[in-house]
Design a protein around this ligand. Structure first.
Ligand code: GLC
Ligand code: CA
Length: 571
């Protein structure tokens, strides 16, 4: 497959807030392209598809861990933070990836699971065998398993306790995740120093940002619940000042599966910032809830709760990622409803969530896929796509754990979906061959050939978003409507006047979750008499009434993004 040679900019544009306007794409190296036919995706494979990602409109890649690892938790179990897993390539090849991405004005954000290591890590091996040695205090050891009673278990499907007995040291070690993933002891200054040096190691190679995996869990105490305890925030502040001083323009992203106020704490304050970005966990399940309930109220409520965040901080919004669709941020009643709608087969569940991909979740409904993406791309914050969702890839719930949605990317209808030339039996995971999502139908090549494919639609919506800085930089005001299935808000941006193309704009976004056409009246007070036109095709819409109301009709599960002209009909 070839793509027209893109126009590349010399180096990266200097914009300290680049992440606010970026479209991110999570790509698991293992699952994307296998360049040497050994059945596993690798760095050279990813390099070979950078043109595709640039064509799609991706500004930054988020790479889940590719460190040396026994791969018992998809690479989040690291055994050497300074080495690349040999199947994926070498540190030099990673450098090449950074250079080639930068040549395309694309940035690289890498994952850093700093909270824990694999039990295969040399630190742990030394810690368990030599308690008095230099690594003796690198992990959280205890003679009993009854400390930190208030700390919940995260992987409820597999773990019964956060403590596991180590027969070598004859003590218990603490772990928030799998029992083969001991938590590092952040009370130990040597551990904190190691972490800062590992961030330096990768940033020296040109990495533009780091996703701080499982960030709430660094410190634990008898009084707290082990999530976002004060010393954890102190530590992130220190890390941030190091990054600002030594690597200005590089970012930290928080993965904190918590309520808005608690997540917002990871932005720190104006004076003492922590992370530049944080994933928005509460909004995501509510999008799925609204799609089935045909009610927008939960979404309206969570979006109206304005959480003040410091200037320069930004949300990362997403529909799916490499983990289960977590239902931790919804009430028990809503959780049960969502299990009923989206995980009717017990194999679809995992921990407190659903281990399915986007297209199967939405029953492969094109209307729902478009509606969900339209919300994703217009919410405040930067959208994070998950590889394969742009073509509506399926999943395989018969695979264990979260591997269900980590199967090889489907490029062509050829052997192994064009992912690899290996013997199909040798692939790290089988390609999807289900009735609806078989790679013979769902693949990049075939969608490139169909101008009305989901792939072309997603690419178009990305480009429309990017042409309007209001989506990345503007504020949001949720509007009241007279229809329970409709969500409406105005995004507004005053323009900075400093960037070319950084124009001021107001955009009205309207979404209908109803499973039939509706007519709705929206209160757009403040824009009385303003003309409206559609951002996609430029079509002229009815003018907002002099009393600030606007009546629109929307087809089944459809949406509008409308440019709001100035009052009195001028655009
Ligand atoms: C994060 C990752 C997840 C991993 C866990 C433990 O939640 O997203 O994939 O299993 O951390 O490292
Ligand atoms: Ca390979």
């Amino acid at each position: 497959m070839s793509f027209t040679a893109p126009i590349t900019l010399p180096g990266l544009t200097l914009d300290l807030h680049w992440y606010k306007r970026s479209v991110f794409y999570e790509v698991m190296i293992r699952s994307f392209v296998d360049s040497n036919g050994d059945g596993t995706g690798d760095l050279q494979g990813l390099i070979s598809r950078l043109d595709y990602l640039q064509w799609l409109g991706v500004d930054a890649l988020w790479l889940p861990p590719f460190y040396q690892s026994p791969l018992r938790d998809g690479g989040y179990d690291v055994s050497d933070f300074r080495a690349v897993l040999p199947e994926f390539g070498t540190v030099d090849e990673f450098r090449e990836l950074v250079t080639k991405a930068h040549e395309r004005n694309m940035r690289i954000v890498m994952d850093y699971p700093l909270n824990h290591t694999s039990d295969q890590h040399d630190w742990f091996q030394q810690s368990r065998s030599d308690p008095e040695g230099p690594y003796g205090d690198y992990y959280v050891w205890s003679d009993t398993d009854d400390k930190y009673k208030d700390i919940r278990i995260i992987f409820v499907d597999t773990e019964e306790s956060n403590w596991t007995f180590d027969p070598i040291r004859r003590q218990f070690f603490f772990h928030r995740f799998f029992s083969h993933q001991p938590d590092l002891n952040f009370e130990n200054p040597a551990v904190r120093e190691e972490v800062a040096n590992i961030v330096r190691f990768w940033m020296d190679m040109g990495v533009d940002g780091v996703r701080l995996d499982a960030i709430p869990y660094l410190f634990e105490s008898e009084e707290g619940n082990g999530e976002g305890e004060p010393p954890t925030h102190e530590f992130i502040k220190e890390l941030r000042s190091m990054v600002d001083l030594e690597y200005p323009g590089r970012i930290l992203i928080a993965e904190a599966n918590q309520w808005p106020r608690e997540v917002a704490a990871f932005f720190g304050t104006e004076e003492e910032p922590e992370c530049h970005m944080a994933f928005d966990f509460p909004v995501m399940p509510r999008i799925f809830y609204s799609l089935r309930s045909q009610q927008s109220d939960e979404l309206v409520r969570i979006l109206s709760e304005t959480t003040d965040i410091p200037d320069g901080a930004g949300w990362g919004v997403f529909l799916r990622n490499h983990d289960e669709l977590t239902l931790e941020m919804v009430s028990e009643e809503y959780r049960q409803a969502m299990y009923g709608w989206y995980a009717y087969d017990p194999r679809m569940r995992s921990n407190i969530g659903i281990r399915r991909r986007l297209a199967p979740l939405l029953d492969n409904s094109r209307a729902e896929l478009e509606l969900a993406h339209a919300i994703l791309f217009s919410l405040p914050g930067s959208p994070f796509l998950y590889y394969g969702d742009e073509i509506g890839m399926g999943d395989n719930i018969w695979l264990p754990d979260r591997d269900s949605s980590r199967t090889p990317m489907q490029w062509t209808p050829d052997r192994n979906a064009g992912f690899s030339t290996a013997d199909p039996g040798k692939l790290f995971l089988p390609v999807v061959q289900s009735l609806v999502y078989n790679y013979a139908q769902i693949n990049v090549e075939s969608q490139l050939a169909q101008s009305r494919s989901l792939l072309h639609w997603v690419r178009n919506v990305i480009h429309v978003r990017k042409a309007h800085p209001v989506f990345g930089l503007g504020t949001m005001r949720v509007l009241s409507t007279d229809h329970e299935s409709v969500l409406a808000f105005v995004r507004s941006y005053e323009g900075s006047g400093t960037h070319f193309g950084d124009q001021a704009e107001d955009v009205l976004c309207v979404f209908s979750f109803a499973h039939n056409p509706v007519s709705v009246t929206i209160d757009v007070t403040g824009h009385e008499g303003a003309a409206l036109y559609d951002l996609f095709g430029g079509g002229v819409f009815p003018t907002i009434n002099e009393d600030g109301t606007l009546t629109l009709t929307l087809g089944t599960q459809s949406f509008y993004w409308l440019h709001i002209g100035s009052a009195g009909g001028r655009s």
